[in-house]
Design a binder for this molecule. Structure first.
Ligand SMILES: Cc1cc2nc3c(=O)[nH]c(=O)nc-3n(C[C@H](O)[C@H](O)[C@H](O)COP(=O)(O)OP(=O)(O)OC[C@H]3O[C@@H](n4cnc5c(N)ncnc54)[C@H](O)[C@@H]3O)c2cc1C
Length: 391
C-alpha cells in the first residue's frame, strides 16, 4: 500500500512525487514510457527555476528575453531586467531530470506502466490498474494523483470531467532542427498569426532550435496544422533567421494541449487530485504549461502531505488544493487571458497588430503588453481601458 500513487511522470507528476517523497512518504510514480519525448517547445519560464534548483547547475541556454511579432510583423523586443533568465530544453532531457530528482528523494518509478482505470471498492477509488509488459498490474494508495497529461485515460473515468472537445484544445506541430542560423541565442521568437494560433522559434544552443506552430479553438478545424507548419518554415520573415534549405531534423512531433484553462470543479474528489495538463494548467493564448504544471504538482503535494498527516482524504479536505492561493492566482490569470482571446483575434488578429504597433512607439504601453503576456500579475484597469481604445 502506497501513501500516494501518481499516474504520469511528466513535470507535474515528478515534482509532486519529489516533494512527497522528500517528506518520507511512500510514493509510486507510474509512467508509460520514460523514453517518450513529449512534443513541446521546451520553453521553461524563469519562474520555474526556484522549484527546480538543479537547472542552475546545468549547461543550458540562458534565455534573457523575447521577440514577439504580430501577424503583420510589428515587432516587440523585450529583455528581462537583472540576472533573470529562462531556458529552452529538449523535453526528453528535462523530463528525465525531473523524474530522477523524484527517484533520488525516494519515489519508486514504475516505467512501462500504462494507467488504464481506477480500482474501486465500495464506490471508493483505492488504486490504479495499469497495463505493463508483464501483464496487468494493480497499485493501491491512500491518495491518487492524476498527472498523465492531455491524453489521460483516468481523468474522464474519474467522473470529474469528460474528454476535452477539439475546440477546447490547442494543437501544435514542432521539430528540433540543427544547422547554422541567425538567431540570437538569448531570445525566444514568437509570431502571432491571422488565425487563433502562433508560431515559434526557440534556440536550444549548439546550432539547434525548436520550431513549431499551433492553432486553438475553432481554428483547429478551420486550418490544416501541417500546411500551416510548412508555410511557417517557408515564410520570408522566418527565413531571415533560419536561411538554410536543409536543416537536419533531429526530431519532430505533434500533440494537443488543453487551451481553456482550469475547470475548477474538476480538480479534486475523495482520494483524488488532478494536476498539470490533466487539470488544464496551461496558460490560454501562450500555451505555456511547464511551470504552471509544476506549480500545480508542488501545491497538490503540499495539500496531500497535510491530508496524510491528518489521515483525511475526503474531498472536503482535498478542496484545499483548489482554494490554495497559488492555484487561485493561476485560475484568475487564465480566466483573464481567455477573456482577451476574442478581442485579440478579431478580424484576423487586427487588434494584436495594433497592440504591437502601439507598443513599438510607446514604451510605457510596451511594458504593460509585456506584463500582460509574460507576468502572472493581472493587467491594471487603466491598461485594459487603453487596450479598448486600440480597437
Ligand atoms: C507542441 C507543444 C508545445 C508546447 N510548448 C511549451 C513550451 O514551450 N513551454 C511551456 O511551458 N509549455 C509548453 N507546452 C505545454 C507543456 O508541454 C505542458 O503543459 C506540460 O508538459 C504539462 O506537464 P504535465 O506533467 O502535466 O504533462 P505531460 O508533460 O504531458 O506529462 C504526462 C506524463 O504522463 C505520461 N502518461 C501519459 N499517459 C499515461 C498513462 N495512461 N499512464 C501512465 N503514464 C502516462 C506521459 O508519458 C508523460 O510522461 C507545449 C505543449 C505542446 C503540445
Amino acid at each position: 500500500m502506497y501513501d500516494v500513487i501518481i499516474s504520469g511522470a511528466g513535470p507535474s507528476g515528478s515534482k509532486c512525487a519529489e516533494v512527497l517523497a522528500k517528506k518520507g512518504f511512500k510514493i509510486a510514480l507510474l509512467e508509460k514510457d520514460i523514453n517518450w519525448r513529449k512534443p513541446c517547445g521546451g520553453g521553461v519560464h524563469h519562474r520555474a527555476f526556484y522549484l527546480i534548483p538543479k537547472l542552475r547547475k546545468l549547461n543550458i541556454p540562458k534565455i534573457h528575453g523575447i521577440v514577439m511579432h504580430s501577424a503583420d510583423y510589428h515587432k516587440l523586443e523585450y529583455r528581462m531586467k537583472g540576472q533573470k533568465y529562462g531556458t529552452v530544453m529538449d523535453r526528453l532531457e528535462f523530463d528525465n531530470l525531473m523524474r530522477n530528482t523524484a527517484i533520488d528523494e525516494g519515489a519508486e518509478l514504475f516505467n512501462k506502466n500504462l494507467s488504464l482505470d481506477f480500482i474501486v471498492k465500495n464506490k471508493v477509488k483505492i488504486g490504479i490498474r495499469t497495463k505493463s509488459s508483464s501483464g496487468t498490474k494493480e497499485y493501491y494508495g491512500k491518495i491518487l494523483i492524476i498527472a498523465d497529461g492531455m491524453s489521460s485515460k483516468l481523468a474522464p473515468k474519474s467522473g470529474l470531467r469528460s474528454k476535452w472537445k477539439t475546440e477546447e484544445l490547442g494543437i501544435a506541430k514542432c521539430a528540433i532542427m540543427e544547422g547554422d542560423n541567425q538567431l540570437d541565442e538569448e531570445f525566444i521568437y514568437t509570431y502571432f498569426r491571422p488565425y487563433k494560433g502562433y508560431g515559434w522559434i526557440f534556440p536550444l544552443g549548439n546550432k539547434k532550435f525548436n520550431i513549431g506552430v499551433t492553432t486553438f479553438a475553432e481554428d483547429n478545424t478551420n486550418y490544416n496544422l501541417f500546411s500551416l507548419y510548412n508555410q511557417f518554415l517557408k515564410d520570408s520573415h522566418i527565413k531571415k533567421y533560419i536561411s538554410n534549405s536543409n536543416y537536419k531534423i533531429i526530431w519532430t512531433g505533434a500533440f494537443p494541449f488543453p487551451a481553456e484553462g482550469v475547470l475548477e470543479k474538476s480538480l479534486y474528489d475523495d482520494n483524488l487530485l488532478l494536476i498539470g495538463d490533466t487539470g488544464g494548467f496551461v496558460s490560454p493564448i501562450s500555451g505555456e504549461g511547464i511551470h504552471t504544471s509544476i506549480i500545480s504538482g508542488n501545491t497538490a503535494a503540499e495539500v496531500a502531505i497535510k491530508a496524510l498527516q491528518e489521515e483525511d482524504y475526503s474531498k472536503t479536505f482535498l478542496k484545499k488544493y483548489k482554494s490554495h492561493p497559488e492555484i487561485r492566482k493561476m485560475i484568475r490569470n487564465f480566466k483573464l487571458k481567455r477573456s482577451m482571446i476574442k478581442f485579440f483575434y478579431e478580424k484576423r488578429g487586427e487588434n494584436l497588430n495594433k497592440l504591437l504597433a502601439l507598443a513599438e512607439k510607446d514604451p510605457e504601453f510596451k511594458n504593460h503588453v509585456v506584463d500582460m503576456f509574460l507576468s502572472k500579475s493581472l493587467p491594471s484597469q487603466d491598461f485594459i481601458s487603453k487596450l479598448k481604445t486600440v480597437n
